[in-house]
Design a protein around this ligand. Structure first.
Ligand SMILES: NC(=O)CC(=O)C(=O)O
Length: 275
């Protein structure tokens, strides 16, 4: 059911130029592959600055196979024969916009499309104020993709705050890892990013990874960075705020050992919990 692999999280700096962002993604993925990664993840909004004012201008129609980001990621996946969890991009679909992740297999086929389910609306006095729902529509599907290593559960950023969603993904035994492209900020990042990633790993006894944009203090939305990989014990490795790649061998014996000794997955009391 599980096969070990090497995971790389590309914490990239995102600029105003889509072209530059796509070449940066290609460059970082190339470095991750040189270090032996079989699965590479990009951050939320990796082809566009994060922010509702940018989404319409950078959005792509991914029903068009020639759309620039889709075709770039497809060729990179084929070139290196790897899985790519393509962060997220603003997507235009009919007259609606979504925050969307495309997942590619080593043949360059799209094996999953996740549209951010929980839109990030938050107003912290003196801190972050963001209303994705001003522009975006929410996705309505839980996304699990099948790979030769295990099934991956996919969420985008704010989706991490919902334990019900993480359980919806990981109740399937063969989901070994939850992958969240993200972009927390300077208000919530220091307080919640690591906490939420570790909590979801321990709740569900899975690996969890959060791949962030690198921090750009000139941007209108400043990313926290600190891309992170958590094992099923809740132990984690992370990087700082700068551009870089976090790499880890995902070894599933660790997951099996924890599932065999801590039985919270089996002890759930759905007869007591209320909706
Ligand atoms: N950017 C997000 O979607 C979420 C976030 O920053 C937070 O939950 O905090």
């Amino acid at each position: 059911m599980y096969k070990d692999f090497k995971l790389g999280l590309c914490q990239m700096s995102v600029s105003m130029s889509k072209e530059e962002n796509l070449s940066k993604a290609a460059e970082l993925i190339g470095s991750a592959v040189s270090s032996g990664c079989n699965v590479v993840v990009l951050p939320e909004c990796f082809n566009s600055p994060y922010g509702t004012k940018y989404f319409a201008d950078y959005a792509e129609d991914i029903s068009n196979p020639d759309s620039p980001t889709l075709s770039a990621l497809k060729s990179i996946a084929i070139q290196h024969s790897i899985y790519i969890v393509g962060g997220s991009i603003p997507e235009k679909r009919g007259d609606k916009y979504f925050n969307t992740s495309m997942i590619f297999n080593p043949s360059g086929e799209i094996i999953g499309v996740h549209r951010k389910i929980h839109l990030y609306d938050m107003d912290v006095p003196g801190g972050i104020r963001c209303f994705e729902s001003d522009v975006l529509s929410p996705g309505d599907q839980a996304t699990i993709v099948e790979t030769e290593y295990c099934k991956f559960g996919i969420g985008i950023c704010y989706d991490i705050r919902f334990p019900e969603y993480a359980w919806t993904l990981s109740r399937d035994e063969s989901v070994g890892i939850l992958l969240y492209p993200g972009c927390f900020n300077m208000t919530t990042g220091p307080k919640h990013w690591e906490l939420l990633m570790r909590a979801r790993a321990v709740d569900n006894v899975v690996f969890v990874a959060g791949c962030s944009q690198a921090r750009n203090t000139e941007a209108s939305y400043v990313s926290w960075g600190h891309s992170i990989i958590v094992d099923p014990w809740g132990q984690h490795e992370s990087i700082d705020e700068k551009e870089g790649i976090l790499i880890k061998d995902i070894k599933f014996q660790e997951l099996v050992n924890v599932r065999n000794s801590i039985w919270n997955r089996k002890h759930k009391r759905f007869d007591v919990y209320r909706q």
